[in-house]
Design a protein around this ligand. Structure first.
Ligand code: SAM
Ligand code: SF4
Length: 328
């Protein structure tokens, strides 16, 4: 059985993009009020007194868009300074990264995942639902800044949507030929935009792998990280390819993570709200830390059964929040 030692911490549910598959323009999301965000000291307290004693050692900061969180670098510094921390990573759309890459590195961050769904500024603009072709260029500048500063492995996330960006999978895979980057193709999930999912469906990872095989060949590879990606490599390429295939190949039984939302909800599973606990309310109403730890411990103990049930039922269960709200 997997050790459950990986916590994804959403720092904010807002975003400066409106990706079609995540938080499409017009979909009204009830944002968490800023006073309800877990504060920097609350996050540190929860890690020190609850999660680390229960065996969590690896953390990812996400959102919404975490670069919008004003105290991001300080939160990273706090987590890095904990002696038990083995890994801290960040997932971002990179729009604000060109200026923040160096301060984040200086704060101690060493791993970063960047969403990049297209190499074409027009397609990119259509996907992110925000006007201005310059956004792609800002994101690309952010990626290059992260590369320059030394982030490694630099991972690029691509959500593949049939008829929108699937014609670019070889161009995106080709980024790894001469760069030591890790390009990960993610199967589109029906969470965030059911209408788009119904209209476009999703592309199985194996179809992408076959396209790459036909063009260059493909061998198995390895990359450092915590994720469920299957890793491959184009022969002779400097970088690697990853495939996150939660639609075609349920990996719930291997799940090693829990998720903490910006407003403090701890959920044991992306697609399942059963058993979730609001840790912010507990902290602010003065519930003693050992008691909070006992509740989280009980949820942790229940997780293998939750994973098993998700595996049996197929991945896509009931959910009431989008990826941007949960912390994808
Ligand atoms: N804003 C940051 C970003 O885009 O990288 C971090 C948060 S975003 C919610 C985290 C990841 O969730 C991104 O890689 C995004 O592509 C993925 N995601 C969001 N909605 C998705 C969906 N419906 N299916 C698959 N992946 C999705
Ligand atoms: Fe924002 Fe990331 Fe969702 Fe796109 S995927 S809307 S960048 S949170």
């Amino acid at each position: 059985m997997n050790a459950i030692d990986y916590l994804r911490i959403s720092l904010i549910d807002r975003c400066n993009f409106r990706c079609q598959y995540c938080m499409p323009e017009g979909a009204e999301l009830a944002y968490v009020q800023q006073q309800d965000w877990l504060t920097r000291p609350e996050i540190l307290t929860l890690l020190r007194a609850v999660f680390i004693p229960l065996g969590f050692t690896r953390f990812r900061l996400t959102g919404g868009e975490p670069l919008l969180r004003p105290d991001l670098a300080e939160i990273i510094g706090d987590i890095v300074s904990l002696p038990e921390t083995q890994d801290v990573a960040l997932t971002t759309n990179a729009f604000l990264l060109a200026d923040q890459a160096q301060p984040l590195w200086d704060a101690g961050l060493r791993r970063i995942n960047i969403s990049l769904d297209s190499l074409d500024p027009d397609t990119f603009q259509a996907i992110i639902g925000r006007p201005g072709k310059s956004r792609w260029h800002e994101v690309w500048a952010g990626i290059l800044a992260a590369h320059r500063v030394g982030f490694s492995p630099l991972k690029l996330n691509v959500v593949v949507i049939p008829g929108v960006n699937d014609h670019e999978v070889l161009d995106l895979a080709g980024l790894t030929l001469e760069r030591q980057w890790h390009v990960r193709f993610i199967e589109f999930m029906p969470i965030g935009n059911d209408a788009l999912f119904g209209e476009r469906g999703w592309l199985p990872s194996e179809e992408i792998r076959q396209k790459v095989r036909d063009r260059w060949g493909l061998t198995e590879g390895t990359v450092r990280g915590n994720g469920p990606a299957d890793v491959f490599q184009i022969p002779g390429a400097l970088g690697t390819l990853g495939f996150i295939s939660q639609m075609s190949e349920c990996f719930c039984d291997r799940c090693n993570r829990m998720r903490l939302s910006a407003d403090g909800w701890l959920r044991p599973c992306l697609l399942n709200e059963n058993g979730q606990i609001n840790l912010r309310e507990q902290l602010r109403s003065g519930v003693p830390l050992p008691e909070i730890r006992a509740q989280v411990g009980a949820l942790l103990a229940a997780k293998p059964e939750i994973n098993y049930k998700m595996r049996e039922s197929g991945t896509v269960g009931a959910y009431g929040r989008t990826m941007s709200q949960i912390g994808g």
